[in-house]
Design a protein around this ligand. Structure first.
Ligand code: ADP
Length: 269
């Protein structure tokens, strides 16, 4: 069970603020007129079907998707391409696993924003790298090629790379997708712990019942924001239907809201 802090809707000082943002790629807007506030200390789940713009929203905050109109403010300052406040973990599928690097070298890459003009890493970089790897339980894997690691270990290596730059914000693109239940729960506990240490987290997920339902705040996205709020308020048949364009009945079990995907009968006419 996670114990994240509640979303503070009263704060006037959002850590991340999107004001009427339209953003996308190659002059093509994917998200239009999006407004959003993420407060310091938040742990937010971003939900929506494939292609709904979740990754694009993360990339726009990171500064790698194009913003055509509106503003993205990080600590009240207009977001720029090099964001030292942000640690980003992309979807594992987007990574080239043949690239010849060890786990430790991947994590060290996260220090580049600290000494970008140096072609080598100093003692402090290495120490910080190994400390973070110890904290995430992957220190013993430092010499392994990243391709040799399990999905859960790879996810932790890239999480360590994001953390080694001391970010205030973590943007995580499907950090638990494809994991077995134990690895997923372990990873969510690591994230919960980091959130309690003060890191603000925005993560995309497809896991509604096992992940999003345990977060204090979720945003339902389908090219625009359909709804946001605590899962108990947002997980209604109407909102989920609008988000996923599919029927998703809701049931209650021992005080928990469970979202059911309406079973599809294959092979029947
Ligand atoms: P999600 O993360 O919710 O699956 P994405 O943000 O990846 O959605 O994609 C939203 C839309 O943006 C899709 O139509 C996708 O084809 C398009 N898209 C994503 N990345 C790129 C890119 N690098 N260049 C052009 N279009 C992209």
């Amino acid at each position: 069970m996670l114990h994240p802090k509640p979303h503070d809707t009263t704060s006037e000082n959002p850590l991340i603020e999107l004001r009427s943002v339209s953003c996308g790629y190659q002059n093509n807007s994917i998200l239009e007129n999006l407004s959003l506030k993420i407060m310091a200390g938040d742990f937010v789940g971003l939900l929506g079907p494939s292609g709904s713009g979740k990754s694009t929203l993360l990339r726009a905050i990171l500064g790698t998707a194009k913003v055509y109109s509106g503003q993205i403010l990080i600590e009240k300052t207009v977001s720029s391409k090099k964001q030292p406040l942000i640690g980003y973990v992309p979807q594992l599928e987007t990574i080239d696993w043949n690239f010849p690097v060890t786990a430790e070298q991947v994590v060290l890459m996260g220090r580049i924003t600290h000494s970008p003009w140096l072609p080598w890493h100093n003692h402090q970089d290495r120490k910080q790298t190994l400390d973070i790897m110890t904290q995430l339980g992957i220190r013993h894997l430092h010499n392994k090629h990243i391709r040799e690691l399990s999905g859960g270990e790879q996810q932790r290596v890239f999480l360590a790379r994001a953390l080694v730059g001391n970010p205030k914000i973590l943007l995580l693109d499907e950090p638990v997708s494809g994991m077995d239940i134990k690895t997923r729960d372990d990873t969510m506990h690591v994230l919960d712990q980091l959130n309690h240490e003060g890191i603000t987290i925005l993560m995309t997920t497809h896991e509604i019942n096992s992940v999003a339902a345990h977060l204090p705040w979720v945003i339902c996205l389908n090219k625009s924001i359909i709804a946001e709020g605590p899962p108990s308020a947002v997980f209604t048949a109407d909102i989920l239907n609008k988000t996923y364009n599919a029927e998703m009945p809701i049931t209650e079990f021992e005080g928990l809201t469970i979202v059911a995907e309406k079973p599809h009968v294959f092979g029947k006419k």
